[in-house]
Design a protein around this ligand. Structure first.
Ligand code: NAD
Length: 265
């Protein structure tokens, strides 16, 4: 199944699930920037939520708000029993500590999965695992290569693959080119999260490899992935219409998990 088909089917199932709930699941997005990329991500989240019957409120604050002021708003939603999920959209203005704000979100409502005490995993890596499993792609015992070591993609991706018993290697900006080439040629599952157009282009790969392209690179108004399209492999996720959709789907699933935990306790 393509990612588009998979996501559409999963959303139908979520819609039926939400329809049967007495109390509607709801989440809040706090935005403290005037960043067009954030506007677009937020529009996507609001659209997705609406499609499956989840309530969402955008609380847009002035970028001049103080850190204490923002923390007060976070705390208001942390303590509001009608709110099951809370997202503070990044980036934040320079005078506000992203770490402090991320840690201030009630871990039970942290549907982004950024809080160290959150039971939920970050949406991009968990969305990727969900899709691999839906496609019956074996992870156990496979050689997995994660390119990139960010806190929101690379590191949690490596951890989740490890938890599924893959043999995981992480490469990063200081990895030697020869090492990268050797690892690429041997890997069964490759997750590329670098943020450079076609970072993986003509390098030799196994024909049986699965390549997950996380990159979103806008060049002259056109979106490109981190991997050159149509490599000769068993499965390659497209950009656009790939991991971005999986991430958005996983956010809705994280919200429902948070909802059940909050409502059943
Ligand atoms: P980041 O900038 O935080 O991390 C990039 C990583 O790439 C770093 O860890 C760095 O070590 C590594 N890197 C840089 N040069 C390298 C090289 N030459 N060899 C090997 N590794 C190298 O980025 P991020 O937040 O992890 O995002 C990565 C990409 O994924 C971006 O394009 C971002 O827009 C995209 N992204 C997409 C989604 C989605 O839902 N599709 C979600 C998050 C991020």
């Amino acid at each position: 199944m393509t990612i588009k088909e998979y996501v559409a089917k999963q959303k139908q199932l979520l819609c039926i699930e939400v329809e049967g709930l007495q109390v509607k699941p709801s989440f809040v997005i706090i935005q403290v920037n005037d960043d067009p990329a954030s506007d677009s991500y937020i529009r996507g989240k609001i659209k997705d939520a609406g499609e499956v019957g989840i309530e969402v409120k955008l609380d847009k604050l002035s970028p001049t708000i103080s850190e204490e002021g923002l923390l007060k708003v976070v705390n208001k939603y942390n303590n509001d029993p009608k709110v099951h999920g809370l997202i503070v959209q990044m980036p934040l203005p320079k005078h506000i500590s992203e770490d402090r704000v991320k840690l201030s979100v009630n871990p039970k409502k942290d549907i982004d999965g950024f809080h160290p005490l959150s039971h939920l995993n970050p949406c991009t890596p968990q969305g990727i695992i969900d899709y691999l499993e839906s496609e019956n792609i074996a992870i156990e015992g496979k050689s997995a290569l994660v390119i990139g070591r960010s806190n929101i993609v690379g590191k949690p991706m490596a951890k989740l693959l490890l938890n599924k018993n893959a043999t995981v290697t992480i490469v990063h900006s200081r990895t030697k080119k020869d090492d990268l080439l050797n690892l690429l040629a041997r890997a069964d599952i490759i997750v590329v999260a670098v943020g450079k157009k076609w970072f993986v282009s003509e390098e030799p790969l196994k024909e049986s490899a699965v390549i997950i392209d996380v990159g979103i690179n806008r060049v002259d108004g056109v979106l490109y992935g981190d991997v050159k399209p149509e490599r000769n492999v068993a499965l390659q996720t497209p950009v656009p219409g790939g991991v971005g959709l999986l991430t958005r789907l996983r956010l809705l699933k994280n919200l429902l998990e948070a909802y059940y935990e909050i409502c059943n306790n």
